[in-house]
Design a protein around this ligand. Structure first.
Ligand code: G4P
Length: 529
């Protein structure tokens, strides 16, 4: 198959949701359609149960599993579909943000009873910022939930989306009769049978057809007719180019657990979802059709085998063909590297591959060369953008608890930060090290991993900070910047890249500082124009 054909058949996306909305269940059903797995239950759930005291041991146990489920690929209707796993747990939100830099589109899963939840809001906000095309799947229609129109309103208001339903439920919960597929003008009758993999659907291009009354009853048929009329009146009709620009979001309804409405979602997805997209580098825009290889690391997974401290770097291919044993330039290190056993991912397995194409993810064995955000090319100096660090929300001083092991501690911290487990800041004033995380759970993970993988011990000291702001001094008035540095010196630190950050103890402090030194720009992410 030609390079262009390979590229055009790829669809790389992520499923995002608040925990428990049904992401794992949906993923599994999608894999069933692709024939990639034979039975339900094959996809392990990576989620960490809320409040469990053994949370972080659980992470340890699951880390092995999540390598396998980091990328799940399958073929459906001749399309190569790559699903990138995104942890739903809020403490791992940063991991999810980074994964979103490697997807070309997303499916958002919403629980019909709970509606739009906190984590969904945050993640969708990131997608909107990047104009990532979104399809919404409203799940658990077999249960009582919110009214479908109210939910559509909620999705529009809370998520700031402009929706157009492409399917619509007939009843809900106990009364759930099925779904009218607006996209294909077909009716699917619900039967609570988990084995149902393909529901044929009855075609109803004309809703006035009296057959409809026979199939779902006169009352439901009339309600459906009225509701569809309203939909056609109120919501914009579907327009693929608007969807691809991130300006219009189609909505599907269904029940992942019952495998109902999932095929409709997948059929539409394969037809409309974007092929691998161009990506901005600092130097230029790289088109996926270019034949020279480029790619970037968006995730690093460590310690698959505790005896060898090797890691797997996940590279998203942006352009060209990735070939086994070919020399590629690691741009940041200015070093040529060859990979003799690049992994590709298929369903829940990984295997060595000779070639991969744009949209694909390859897993490269790494002994410490890679950092998140690193770029690989055939020789061109390129640095892909769009993998910023976000301001952490928890801060602690990290102290060495075993003076004999300070080297190990330093190395361990450095590698864990390269993996993106947390962020390290060094205070300008006295060189003290501060670890910033999105969730409190990471501190336990770091402590545990430092001890078990690096033989180092650390202790923490609380630091009640609100956020860090990355400081952009470039266009600031010299005097003002000097004054800012002098007054705030106790709160200034450097991040791992050596960028200057300001530690603020409250939102008010940020506001005050910004108004006092207006030419010194403060940012909540490490990357800015
Ligand atoms: P997540 O990955 O988004 O966290 O959610 P997951 O798929 O694990 O689903 C969360 C719970 O919701 C699971 O139940 C799952 O069985 C259930 N679920 C998913 N889709 C549907 C649906 O369409 N209808 C109904 N009624 N339930 C659904 P659980 O009891 O937490 O887990 P389990 O013991 O069933 O695995």
């Amino acid at each position: 198959m030609s390079f262009l054909k390979e590229l055009q058949r790829r669809r790389t996306f992520g499923i995002i949701s608040h925990p428990d909305a049904g992401k794992t269940t949906l993923t599994e059903k999608l894999l069933l359609f692709g024939g990639a797995i034979q039975e339900a239950g094959a996809v392990k759930n990576n989620k960490i149960k809320k409040g469990a005291t053994s949370d972080f041991m659980e992470i340890e146990r699951q880390r092995g599993i999540s390598v396998a489920t980091s990328v799940l690929a399958f073929i459906y209707k001749d399309k190569k579909i790559n699903i990138l796993d995104t942890p739903g747990h809020k403490d791992f939100a940063e991991d999810t943000f980074r994964t979103l830099t490697a997807v070309d589109s997303v499916i958002v899963v919403i629980d019909v009873a709970k509606g739009v939840e906190e984590q969904t809001e945050k993640l969708v906000q990131v997608c909107r910022m990047r104009k990532i095309p979104i399809i919404v799947f409203i799940n658990k229609l077999d249960r009582e939930g919110k009214d479908a129109f109210d939910l559509l309103d909620e999705v529009e208001q809370k998520l700031g989306l402009r929706v157009t339903p492409l399917s619509f439920p007939i009843g809900m919960g106990y009364d759930f009769k099925g779904i009218y597929n607006i996209w294909e003008k077909k009716l699917n009758i619900f039967s609570a049978d988990k084995k149902q993999t393909v529901s044929k659907g009855i075609e109803f291009s004309d809703l006035e057809d009296p057959e409809l009354d026979k199939v779902i009853g006169e009352k439901s048929a009339n309600t459906l007719r009225e509701e569809l009329e309203l939909i056609y009146e109120v919501y914009p009709s579907f327009d693929k180019s608007e969807y691809l620009k991130g300006d219009l979001q189609p909505v599907f309804f269904g029940s992942a657990l019952n495998n109902f409405g999932v095929k409709e979602l997948l059929d539409c997805f394969t037809e409309i979802a974007p092929t691998p997209q161009p990506k901005k580098a600092e130097e230029r825009l790289v088109d996926s059709k270019e034949n020279k290889l480029t790619g970037f690391v968006f995730k690093i997974h460590a310690n698959m085998d505790p005896k060898h401290r090797d890691r797997l770097a996940f590279v998203k291919i942006v352009s060209g063909t990735f070939k086994r044993n070919a020399p590629y330039l690691h741009v940041r290190n200015n070093k040529k590297l060859k990979f003799s056993s690049p992994n590709a991912f298929f369903a829940e397995k990984k295997e060595i591959v000779e070639e991969s194409f744009p949209g694909d993810i390859v897993g490269l064995h790494d002994t410490g060369n890679f950092k998140i955000g690193d770029t690989l090319t055939e020789g061109e100096i390129l640095n892909f953008k769009g993998i910023p660090s976000f301001s952490p929300e928890h801060f602690r001083y990290v102290n060495n608890a075993d003076p004999m092991k300070s080297k190990q501690l330093q190395k361990g911290l450095e590698q864990l930060m390269d993996e993106g487990v947390a962020q390290l800041f060094t205070l300008e004033l006295n060189g003290r090290k501060i670890i910033g995380t999105v969730g409190a759970l990471q501190y336990e993970v770091i402590q545990y991993r430092l001890e078990h993988e690096y033989g180092a011990k650390c202790s923490y000291e609380n630091l009640p900070m609100h956020k860090v702001c990355w400081v952009q001094p470039e266009n600031s008035k010299n005097e003002e910047f000097k004054e800012f540095k002098r007054v705030k010196q106790r709160y200034l630190a450097k991040d791992k890249q050596g960028q200057l950050v300001f530690l603020a103890d409250s939102a008010f402090t940020i506001q005050m500082t910004q108004s006092k030194y207006p030419s010194v720009k403060l940012h909540f992410t490490s990357e800015f124009e």
